[in-house]
Design a protein. Structure first.
Length: 371
């Protein structure tokens, strides 16, 4: 078993360096953040999440990589994550999937940044793939896909210190804790009775998963890949049709910063304006005057936009506005509030034709008459 762990450690370290090199090709904070995630990763699912984030935040041209091929590529990464959570994928299979995903993405990313494919980088990746597929196949088949390894060591309070069952059930691979989450986890680790409550919930979830697997006659990996492919197409829609929000200066001044939040209309959890405790990045952003952002929330095509003045308990600055994916939004200060102008992507691109959203009296503004 020590030999298996040593093999996995070497493979994880090599893949971390290869992904770090790819992330360094992307300028700006996106590449820097993914490079940091790759350096800190200690498992194949964590590396897969970092590679998925790099793809999600990189604007690739459609002619460079068609949507169907992107969906198939992305489904391989999602299969690593889903197979790890379901505990049906080995380190060997996950390693081959990640090697193939890195190679495919590199062949698109290098030309995207105006460079030829780095042959030494490719040779190193092929060497790792050969080690997984030929040299250590037998050893790596006995390790789970989410095996923790590599030379990186965990922080005192880290999700990697939780049992594998906890990480799988709550999808915590590679998840970085906020200060508030670290405090909560530290309390949970020492508070009597917390483990019993969590174990009870995990036991119920495991029973439900086993029941679903028992009822299915299909191959579990084939069924899982079909589900991942469907999920990949949905993620591709989110990536290619973001909601673009711009905060413009107005004649009446206005707050120096605004927090904007976009959620699916049918979301069971409404926007709760609690300072910095929410999730930033996918559906929440803080904008200063003149700044823009792209938000890609999960859910259906119909979305709801809200804006707040950032504080401990954020102050609403406008009524909720309904819009669709691909919409372009302008926020302008007006008499201690915000005016919202929405332009649909499919309509005219002339900004002068943009109309302000009007309230329909139902708590969300109607944008049907906006360009």
């Amino acid at each position: 078993m020590d030999e298996c762990a040593a093999c996995a450690d070497g493979i994880l370290d090599s893949l971390r360096q290869l992904l770090n090199a790819l992330a360094c090709l992307v300028p700006g904070p996106v590449g820097q953040n993914v490079a940091t995630d790759a350096t800190d990763a200690r498992s194949l699912p964590a590396l897969s999440k970092a590679l998925k984030r790099l793809w999600f935040e990189t604007n690739l041209e459609a002619e460079d990589w068609c949507e169907e091929r992107q969906a198939i590529w992305l489904s391989q990464l999602l299969l690593i994550l889903a197979g790890s959570r379901e505990a049906i994928l080995s380190f060997y299979a996950a390693g081959l999937l990640l090697c193939n995903s890195l190679q495919c993405f590199a062949r698109v990313l290098y030309p995207h940044v105006g460079m030829e494919l780095d042959e030494p980088w490719l040779q190193n990746l092929l060497a790792v793939q050969t080690a997984v597929e030929r040299d250590f196949q037998q050893e790596l088949q006995y390790l789970p896909a989410d095996h923790l390894g590599g030379s990186k060591r965990d922080a005192i309070v880290s999700t990697n210190r939780l049992p594998a069952l906890f990480r799988r059930m709550f999808d915590l691979e590679g998840h970085k804790l906020t200060p508030a989450q670290k405090g909560g986890l530290a309390v949970a680790l020492v508070l009597p009775g917390t483990g019993l409550l969590t174990a009870g919930g995990l036991g119920a979830a495991l029973l439900l998963r086993k029941a679903r697997q028992a009822r299915s006659e299909d191959d579990p990996l084939e069924r899982l890949f079909s589900r991942c492919l469907e999920e990949a197409r949905g993620i591709l829609v989110r990536k290619n049709s973001p909601v673009e929000v711009t905060y413009l200066p107005g004649s009446s001044g206005g707050p120096s910063k605004v927090k904007v939040c976009v959620q699916a209309r049918e979301s069971m959890v409404p926007s709760v304006p609690l300072g910095s405790l929410g999730n930033h990045g996918v559906n929440v952003a803080v904008l200063q005057l003149g700044q823009s952002c792209k938000l890609r929330p999960r859910g259906s095509e119909v979305l709801v936009l809200r804006a707040f003045r950032p504080s401990l308990i954020n102050e609403p600055l406008m009524e909720a506005v309904e819009l669709r994916r691909g919409a372009k939004v302008l926020l302008v200060p007006h008499e201690n509030q915000l005016k919202c102008y929405v332009r649909k992507e499919a309509a005219s691109r002339n900004l002068e034709a943009t109309q302000p959203a009007e309230s329909n009296g139902t708590g969300a503004s109607d944008v049907q008459g906006c360009c």
